[in-house]
Design a protein around this ligand. Structure first.
Ligand code: CTP
Ligand code: MG
Length: 222
């Protein structure tokens, strides 16, 4: 393998409601992070996995993942971007491709990890998995008055893993100014092309309580 996968897992999971850090919440009796890492380690390109865990859970996460895969566990930061930077610092320079993959996308299939890595290997400096947008999207102004309907055909929903040439991700994080919800946004700001590949419905992000219900159904359907 020529790929390192960074797994930001240090978030609180506030939108999921009470119950501790999201990555450690159970799905079918196992923590989301275990589901996620099992799928990451099954991708043949993966040489190294770095998990950014909640600072107080670093030891517990090491113990939890030791039987699942060889992983490096670091303490995450207060923002996702900081957690990714801290994980990136653990990756040696000789690893050429780095993927960033949210623990919250716990059911992401190994094939999606492979297809993102393959697109970077084929020459794209940055690669994101995307799905078409299904809802009609409106732009809304003051007083909740509709300003217009956005052309859905040019929109995509973005998932993880997002893949990068190691030097491109490092440069993007070194120059990171504002808070962004994804790593490719940092690369776009640097003016480099970001390539889309087809995403997967299994790579859904577990964010709200309904998503846990959907994930449990998906787990049993696949
Ligand atoms: N994350 C992280 N460090 C942070 C914040 C988020 O590593 N300081 C991770 C989360 O653990 C998650 C991924 O980034 O795997 C995507 O974030 P999100 O889905 O927003 O998770 P949370 O921030 O935990 O959830 P919420 O925003 O509802 O609190
Ligand atoms: Mg969050």
């Amino acid at each position: 393998g020529d790929v390192a996968v960074l797994v930001p897992a240090a978030g609180a999971g506030l939108r999921l409601g009470p119950g501790g850090p999201k990555a450690l919440r159970l799905l079918a009796g196992e923590p989301l992070l275990v589901h996620a890492i099992r799928r990451v380690v099954a991708a043949p390109s993966v040489r190294m996995i770095v998990v950014a865990a909640p600072a107080v859970e670093v030891g517990a996460v090491r113990d939890l993942l030791a039987p699942v895969a060889p992983v490096t566990v670091v303490a995450g930061g207060t923002e996702r971007q900081e957690s990714v930077s801290l994980a990136l610092a653990a990756v040696p320079a000789e690893i050429g491709i780095v993927l960033v993959h949210d623990a919250a996308r716990a059911l992401t299939p190994p094939q999606l990890i492979e297809s993102v890595a393959a697109a970077v290997r084929a020459g794209s400096p940055a690669v994101i998995p995307v799905l078409p947008v299904v809802d009609t999207i409106k732009e809304v102004g003051p007083g909740e008055i509709v300003l217009g309907t956005v052309d859905r055909g040019v929109l995509r929903s973005v998932q993880t893993p997002q893949g990068f040439r190691h030097d491109v991700l490092a440069a993007a994080h070194a120059s990171a100014a504002g808070a962004l919800t994804d790593d490719a946004g940092l690369v776009e700001k640097a003016g480099l092309p970001v390539t889309c590949v087809p995403g997967s419905e299994l790579a859904m992000k577990i964010t709200r309580p309904l998503d846990l219900v959907l994930a449990e159904a998906l787990l049993h359907a696949t």
